[in-house]
Write a protein that binds this ligand. Structure first.
Ligand SMILES: Cc1cc2nc3c(=O)[nH]c(=O)nc-3n(C[C@H](O)[C@H](O)[C@H](O)COP(=O)(O)OP(=O)(O)OC[C@H]3O[C@@H](n4cnc5c(N)ncnc54)[C@H](O)[C@@H]3O)c2cc1C
Length: 462
């Protein structure tokens, strides 16, 4: 019988526990999951307010990455999966105070259709000329990692970084394109530059190579659950052994002992053959600081950004007055505090009754830090003021909720993959220890699920 300790009860730790559950039932494994807060699920949290499904943390996951939907199928809730309403998909970018739709044919941020991009007021003529020139960009194998901003600027110029790359990445990582590593965040772009030179030509070539079969509709870009993301946690937790789950149990440290590890949580300590650290890397760094200072320092050097989401419900009149589409992104050059807003009633229509508008607003990084200390009412006033400026929205919301997430989004800064190599070398020198979570190879829910599964398999097989 192997004894395994799991630290962290977010989706990464819960998935690791779920992977071990069959082995526990077979009598081969015993596990204990330690969660510092009273609740399991980490940042996956959903509230039901006045008929609206309000997501406090993630609202969906990218369909292209299969691990979250696969887990839902294994859990028997395939019929609860819903796709984003892509016929209404339109995202606006705020430029000089006006909302301009992203033109058709942009694949992430790479233009692949000449006419819509050429006619779009989103870009100046200088950038449009750069887009045409980009098709002749020579192939180049970069020797070292660089920031996303630097790669995009080399291909399309500064305006593309400001109006597209930076807002799109802020929406995902809550960070800045100038800091994020191309190799860690957009490895495909580095590869496309190496093989084709031009990102535009590489995208078109990839599309040609794998054409979609005729009459087969494109899968939705985003997938979620009918009752919100918390439904995943509520389905998963009852499938675990209740006496293996310990909440309100912050782990202070772990110590290598007798070929395994001793976990200290509060006044209690317990011995395990293997440990899975499924917490943000800053928390893992603290837990390892006494016994493995070098590994701890590498983990602590992975940056995290804080974020605030605000759910706002409005009446039918507001719903009818809002632009169609999924919402908007705000480039830093607009000097607003808001980074993005989603029109949830359009993206996932059943999440709001027909006579309600549901908005999800997002602050992250330094703008979130700047308003962190304010009361919820004061934060709501900041959002409403910005929505007034951007959308002309004056109405009083029917409800408003503020959710704060301290240092919850990992930033894969330039050199991230080299740091992961160093972490891996240090980890291999230790008794069985696996790392899972959003600090390593993917920040999204599907990546975290995959990391939890991999971590469990690693401690079982090593
Ligand atoms: C606001 C926001 C919006 C997001 N939107 C999306 C989205 O739309 N789509 C998407 O795919 N992803 C999104 N993400 C990212 C994704 O949700 C997260 O990366 C993922 O859920 C992280 O899961 P986790 O289990 O690794 O970490 P967490 O959810 O952070 O869980 C870690 C757990 O460890 C516990 N813990 C910490 N320290 C200790 C300790 N010492 N002892 C015991 N327990 C401890 C914490 O209390 C927490 O419960 C979003 C993230 C945020 C914050």
């Amino acid at each position: 019988m192997i004894r395994i300790g799991i630290i962290g009860g977010g989706i990464s730790g819960l998935t690791a526990a779920f992977t071990l559950e069959d082995h526990r039932r077979a009598g081969a494994v015993e596990y204990t999951l330690y969660e510092s807060s009273p609740n399991l699920g980490g940042v996956l949290r959903t509230e039901h307010i006045q008929g609206c499904i309000v997501e406090a943390g993630p609202d969906s996951f990218i369909t292209e990455k299969p691990w979250a939907a696969d887990l839902c199928r294994t859990l028997g809730i395939r019929d609860q999966l819903i796709g984003s309403n892509d016929v209404a998909r339109k995202t606006y970018i705020l430029v000089s105070g006006r909302l301009i739709p992203m033109p058709d044919g942009l694949m992430f941020m790479v233009p692949t259709k000449i006419l819509p991009t050429g006619l779009s007021p989103l870009f100046s003529w200088t950038t449009k000329l750069r887009m045409a020139q980009e098709l002749f960009h020579p192939a180049r194998a970069a020797q070292a990692d660089e920031s996303v901003a630097s790669l995009i600027e080399r291909h399309y110029g500064k305006e593309m970084v400001d109006r597209l790359a930076d807002p799109l990445l802020s929406g995902v990582y809550g960070g800045e394109a100038a800091n994020l590593s191309v190799r860690a965040v957009l490895p495909r772009f580095a590869e496309m530059e190496r093989t084709h030179g031009s990102l535009g030509r590489a995208m078109l070539a990839a599309r040609k190579k794998t054409p979609r079969p005729a009459n087969q509709p494109a899968p939705p870009l985003f997938t979620s659950l009918k009752n919100g993301m918390q439904q995943l946690v509520e389905t998963l937790v009852p499938r675990l052994n209740p006496s293996s789950l310990v909440t309100n149990a912050p782990v202070q440290s772990i110590q290598p002992e007798a070929g395994g590890w001793t976990i200290s949580a509060g006044l209690k300590s317990d011995h395990f053959d293997a440990v899975i650290l499924a917490v943000p890397t800053h928390a893992a760094a603290k837990i390892l600081s006494l016994c493995r200072p070098e590994l701890s320092a590498e983990l602590a050097a992975i940056d995290y950004s804080s974020s605030i989401t605000i759910g706002l419900g409005y009446d039918r009149q507001v719903r009818e007055s809002l632009p169609p589409g999924f919402g908007f992104l705000v480039p830093r050059s607009e000097h607003k505090r808001l980074l993005a807003a989603t029109f949830v009633h359009n993206k996932f229509p059943h999440r709001a009754p027909d006579d309600r508008a549901l908005l999800r607003c997002f602050f992250a990084g330094s703008t979130a830090e700047n308003i962190w200390q304010l009361s919820d009412d004061a934060i709501i006033a900041v959002v409403r003021n910005e929505l007034q400026q951007i959308l002309g929205l004056d109405s009083e919301p029917l409800f408003a909720r503020v959710y704060k997430w301290k240092s919850a989004m990992a930033q894969y800064c330039v050199g991230h993959l080299e740091r992961l190599d160093r972490i891996e070398r240090l980890r291999q020198q230790l008794p069985k220890l696996a790392l899972a979570g959003n600090g390593y190879r993917g920040i999204g829910v599907p990546d975290c699920i995959r990391s939890g599964t991999n971590a469990a398999e690693q401690v079982l097989t090593r």
